[in-house]
Design a binder for this molecule. Structure first.
Ligand code: 13P
Length: 279
């Protein structure tokens, strides 16, 4: 006779399922799935979030596409409830570097892990420039996430001044080296998002040559740490929209996108998902 599970047992199974989905995200990504990720930043309301997810759930998502959404913390629970068995992954926009304690306003990796959250962004340029997240802090946050089976998406990128001063490779390497110093070989469990600061929210896009050269450079730095080529996933972010997604997506070593503004409307995000599947 089948045993009837009580509420706690069901909850435990669901948590295990969500955790397993999270742990395997980086591995699954290694199967050359194309990642289309949304960073909502400090936007959207509860009502808008529910409406957005309802629309997204009704959309056919091609097999080669993995959708990820990073909403504000208070809405994560909606993702947990509405996306229980969906192919759409979700994550936090940041995580504390500390394990627990007197850190008012922070949310720990253990807490995110508790609610079955499989992903988190770390090191977004807005965190680095407005909240003083240094590369060492970013490394600690990524480590805290991994310790709770949460895959970090590490954002790196140079400013316009650094690009124009031809120092961008140096800057990107410093940002990656710090993570490698903190994580060692576990860096292979991270996704990387290259977001030139000067392209974020500006409508300015690097040339395809610049994207190609920079992604190749990042790939080579990761390879120099011993990360296997098939484990490396580098997303491009900065003014991505339906008009440029196919062009950028066709560049070698671009494994997906991290999208801000154009991910806030379901219609526009769905359009990008569709176009990305045709790359
Ligand atoms: P935009 O797509 O609005 O330029 O933002 C990019 C970004 O910062 C995603 O993390």
């Amino acid at each position: 006779m089948n045993k009837v599970l009580d509420k706690n047992e069901i909850e435990m199974l669901v948590r295990r399922y969500l955790k397993e989905t999270g742990v395997s995200l980086a591995k699954r990504a290694a199967k050359r799935e194309y990642i289309v990720a949304a960073n909502w930043k400090m936007n959207m309301t509860e009502k808008e979030t529910k409406k957005f997810l309802k629309e997204l759930k009704e959309t056919d998502i091609a097999d080669n596409i993995r959708v990820m959404i990073f909403p504000p913390y208070p809405y994560l629970y909606i993702f947990k409830e509405m996306l229980r068995y969906e192919k759409i992954a979700y994550g936090a926009q940041d995580v504390a570097k500390e394990e627990q304690g007197a850190y008012t306003g922070e949310v720990s990796a253990a807490m995110l892990g508790d609610m079955g959250c499989p992903l988190t962004l770390v090191g977004h340029s807005e965190r680095r420039s407005y909240y003083g997240d240094t590369s060492e802090i970013v490394a600690k946050k990524a480590k805290a996430a991994l310790e709770h089976q949460i895959s970090p998406m590490i954002c790196i990128g140079e400013t316009l001044e650094e690009r124009e001063g031809h120092r961008y490779q140096e800057v990107l390497k410093e940002q990656l080296d710090a993570v490698y110093a903190g994580l060692g070989s576990r860096i292979s469990g991270c996704l990387i998002a290259y977001e030139p600061v000067w392209a974020i929210g500006t409508g300015v896009i690097p040339t395809l040559e610049q994207i190609s050269e920079t992604h190749k450079y990042i790939y080579q730095v990761l390879r120099s740490y011993g990360v296997a080529g098939e484990e490396i996933r580098i997303l491009y972010g900065g003014s991505v929209n339906a008009g440029n997604v196919k062009e950028i997506g066709s560049v070698r070593h671009v494994d997906g996108f991290l999208i801000g503004g154009a991910s806030l409307k379901a219609e526009s995000f769905k359009h990008i998902i569709r176009l990305a599947s045709e790359v």
